[in-house]
Design a protein around this ligand. Structure first.
Ligand code: AP5
Ligand code: MG
Length: 192
């Protein structure tokens, strides 16, 4: 089994690359952000709860997020691995993911952090907010808030996996194709 965490700040290209990697390695892409947006679209109770946090650029509470992730993993057991995108975002979530995988006799193969300059991130997200439009991309102050939340609450997850010798960094600047090649080169060296 190949279980990857694609890590990095908002707008670093996690979703873009995760879709390509899931296809290349035949593993399941799970994005907690996409799951929340789908719940919001269907106006479920979970979606309504997540909406207020997402609109402000805050994290949805761990209990809600971990429960949703666990349901998704437990209902998709016939896969060859997972690529987690936007999860885990807190140490609590990382511990919950490790114990979930361990209960299934599995573990994380590696975490890969995409490194992108802050100004490039803001430019990418404002562009997406203008063109197609995710509500949390339209307002620069919400984008800056998401970056602060990443620094304060999420970046410690890198150290958590670094302590397990599982954390890696990849340059996330350049074309989508170049970054994809860098990621594959690294993933081919990971244990599975
Ligand atoms: P989430 O959906 O995870 O959003 P995010 O982390 O803010 O990141 P993005 O999806 O905006 O960026 P990305 O890194 O996926 O980059 P992308 O490929 O899209 O989370 C949204 C919210 O949901 C959170 O704020 C929180 O409220 C909640 N949430 C989600 N997970 C949670 C969790 N685990 N716990 C608690 N709350 C949670 O690319 C961005 C843009 O750049 C795109 O337009 C893309 O086309 C473009 N782009 C990509 N690559 C390149 C490139 N190489 N060059 C130029 N442009 C590029
Ligand atoms: Mg994304």
């Amino acid at each position: 089994m190949l279980n990857l965490i694609l890590f990095g700040p908002p707008g670093s290209g996690k979703g873009t690359q995760a879709i390509k990697l899931a296809e290349a390695y035949d593993i399941l892409h799970i994005s907690t952000g996409d799951l929340f947006r789908s719940e919001m679209k269907n106006e479920t109770e979970l979606g309504l709860e997540a909406k207020s946090y997402m609109a402000k650029g805050k994290l949805v509470p761990d209990a809600v997020t971990i429960g949703m992730l666990r349901n998704k993993v437990e209902s998709t057991r016939d896969v060859q691995g997972y690529i987690f995108d936007g999860f885990p975002r807190t140490i609590n979530q990382a511990e919950a993911l490790d114990s979930l995988l361990s209960s299934l006799g599995q573990d994380i193969s590696g975490l890969i952090a995409l490194e992108v300059d802050e100004q490039e991130i803001v430019d990418r997200l404002l562009l997406r907010g203008r063109d197609s439009g995710r509500a949390d991309d339209r307002d620069e102050s919400v984008i800056r808030k998401r970056l602060r939340v990443y620094e304060e609450e999420t970046s410690p997850v890198f150290e958590y996996y670094d302590n397990q010798n599982k954390a890696n960094k990849v340059n996330g600047m350049g074309t989508v194709g170049d970054i994809f090649s860098r990621l594959k080169e690294l993933i081919d060296t990971l244990p599975r």
